[in-house]
Design a protein around this ligand. Sequence first.
Ligand SMILES: [Zn+2]
Length: 308
Amino acid sequence: MKQYSHAWIAFMAIKRLEETAVSNTYKSYAESLIKWFKDYKDGVIQGAWYPDMIIKDMATSHVLKFTPIKDGSKGYFRKLPSKYLFYEYGKNSDLKNYSYSVDKDNNLTDRCESIAQSVIDNLKMQTSEEKGSPIAPNNNHIATILFMLSHYIADAHVPFHCDSRQFSEGKNIHGKLEGVWDDEIKKYFLLDKANERFLYNPQGYSLLNKEKESQYKNSFLKKVEDNLRKRKFSATFGMGNNNVWDFMSAICQHSYLLSYSFIPQGYDHTNVTTSNWKKLGAIGLEDLNIAVLCDAIDSIAKVYFRIW
Ligand SMILES: [Zn+2]
């Protein structure tokens, strides 16, 4: 996923928490997280891009790539929350009848779990240390880790990050797909490029370009917003998923299924072309965009809320 998509998704996750009723018991947690995020929002575009720009662990920690194994054995697929579009599209996938292997050294799920733990550790240290203590982590530091975490969570939702076929080669369909998302965000939301941040609306979220408001109604980004507004927020990770690692495993497995619903078996980088790539499978480009962005936003909201 590209830079502005990562940042926009993180903002949308916080907006989701703000717009959706969270039970009274937990409301104060959600509110303090939202306030905290908004205080540090100028760093989101940079922080959420840190993994690509500075850490550069793309080949191992931004991916969990699956290959179907057709030896008669059945694969194990974790459950996802039933409101997830990834769950809906993966439900009847043929690939569920097969086992799979995961590419060597891929560790996206471990990365998400470790960063989530790191946020929790840093928050605990900050609360227990006195102000000014040399070992107390500061807010900027914690904010950066939190923004980085959203990057890895979002990447798990990119189907080509979970499919061992080489879609960055050939016509680079991987790059084209991610370009579709980033171009749409840059088209409709106003950026302060010099300072690497969005311009904000009065609520503190990415500012929609007023001149393009009527066109925006037809954008898949608007459909993402509408879809999420109808989906009640729940902090659950799906039955049997007890932590971030379990949850991200379920996401990656379904991301792999979604990749094959979009580009079916029999296709790879040698026969997918710039003219056929958008409509080869059971799911078309627009529905894929909505599924990826909606579920990524929901997942970041869930994980942020749980670790906070
Ligand atoms: Zn990445």
